[in-house]
Design a protein around this ligand. Structure first.
Ligand code: ADP
Ligand code: MG
Length: 398
């Protein structure tokens, strides 16, 4: 929370980096940070300002993120690899401590929002393909050119971009940024303080306007509800949040990824590599197509979330090869010597293609196309999974 070591409580109109950046409105938050829309008064553009929690571990993580994002920017001078661009960074002293701040290009809504806008019904296969292509270009760059594993790929961490870029042109975006918390009345010369409520209202209107243009998918649910047709909108997106990312050569944490997107090798403690991102990618693609998460494990009587997760995987993808099942430091917790789960005995096999037809009403050809694309990526054997570059060559995407 907003206490010592925690989040920095910013308000619209607050200034950062010696006055250069002015906070406009909160865009989102994660476990580590709050992210604000800010106005860059030096270069007259809107940017995203990620304000990290102040405790030492968070600051460390932010510095690590800066290191990775700097390498990412350096290797992609034309900013065309679909990964968020770092523009600046600095420290900000607040009442809760020192906060490392990252300034990045301002992007649109997350894929999570996109999924919700579509009332969890899926966004249509042609749009799924467009987004998959975008994300794969980013992953291929990270994996093959830079040697970076993202380790937390999920819909929240992929943001939409539009081809229009009003952040460079605030006049065209129809919005004057908030620059001060006070204004001088030009007639009486007296100073008027904006009330907190007024500032919030202005900020909300502003973001609505910017995002309306920026991503035709709106920044506000209401806009999206009105404009249900996404036809002709070219969906592009970028990967964000490198707070947990690592170099392929030096993996730190044993447990990575957000639960639903976690690869089997991570669960059983068998180590991981770039292919763990590919697993998350496939889970995300399924979710875009159906509006529901592929694996949503729960703790059940006498079994852990991990075990339920493994059971769900096997129900959809078939039995895990014994060699793989026994290869992790935690294998013995979950599997017996035959390679069967110890506590969940009866599995109901429901393969991907059948799931898509019977539960999500896909036509046979659509289900087959998507399942044929996803199944190889969801291989229990990490080395067998296609790379991002391999996937980009898949005719299903083209
Ligand atoms: P955390 O490491 O705390 O999860 P993220 O980098 O994922 O932080 O950012 C948290 C949220 O803030 C994102 O899910 C997104 O909604 C929003 N956000 C982050 N970066 C941007 C950006 N460049 N443009 C617009 N919104 C952003
Ligand atoms: Mg995040």
């Amino acid at each position: 929370g907003y206490r010592k070591g925690g989040y920095h409580a910013a308000r619209p109109g607050d200034r950062f980096a010696g006055g250069r950046f002015v906070a406009q409105r909160k865009l989102g938050w994660g476990n580590f940070s709050t992210v604000w829309l800010a106005y860059d008064t030096l270069l007259n553009r809107f940017v995203a300002l990620k304000i990290q929690k102040s405790a030492r571990d968070y600051a460390q993580a932010a510095l690590h993120e800066i290191e990775l994002l700097s390498a990412i920017a350096k290797g992609d001078p034309t900013n065309s690899k679909n990964v968020v661009r770092l523009l600046d960074h600095f420290k900000h002293a607040g009442p809760n401590g020192q906060h490392v701040c990252l300034v990045t290009e301002f992007l649109g809504d997350s894929l999570l929002r996109l999924i919700r806008y579509n009332r969890n019904k899926g966004i249509g296969l042609s749009r799924v393909k467009e987004i998959c292509r975008s994300v794969l270009v980013g992953l291929d760059y990270l994996h093959r050119e830079l040697g970076i594993i993202h380790t937390d790929l999920k819909p929240e961490n992929v943001l939409l971009v539009s081809t229009i870029n009003p952040s460079k042109d605030p006049v065209r975006s129809g919005f004057t940024p908030i620059l001060e918390r006070t204004v001088t009345n030009q007639y009486s010369g007296s100073v008027i303080s904006f009330s907190e409520k007024m500032l919030k209202m202005r900020a909300r209107r502003a973001v609505a306007k910017i995002s309306q243009r920026r991503v035709s998918l709106g920044g506000v649910a209401a806009e999206m509800e009105k404009d249900r047709s996404l036809d002709g909108v070219n969906l592009k997106c970028k990967i964000v949040d490198f707070g947990n990312a690592c170099w392929g050569s030096q993996q730190l944490a044993g447990e990575i990824q957000t639960r639903q997107y976690r690869a089997p090798e991570v669960i059983i403690g068998a180590g991981y590599s770039y292919s763990a991102d590919m697993w998350s990618f496939a889970c995300m693609a399924f979710e875009l197509a159906t509006g529901e998460v592929l694996f949503a494990p729960k703790t059940c009587q006498g079994c852990s979330e991990d075990e339920d997760h493994l059971a769900l995987m096997m129900e959809t993808l078939g039995k895990m090869p014994k060699k793989i099942a026994s290869s992790g430091t935690r294998s013995k917790d979950y599997f017996d010597r035959h390679g069967d789960l110890k506590r969940i005995r009866r599995l109901k096999f429901w393969p991907l293609e059948r799931l898509l037809v019977q539960r999500y009403n896909f036509t046979e050809p659509d289900a087959q196309g998507l399942a044929d694309f996803l199944r190889p990526i969801l291989d229990f054997t990490p080395e067998n999974r296609p790379t991002a570059a391999d996937c980009l060559k898949n005719p299903w995407l083209n």
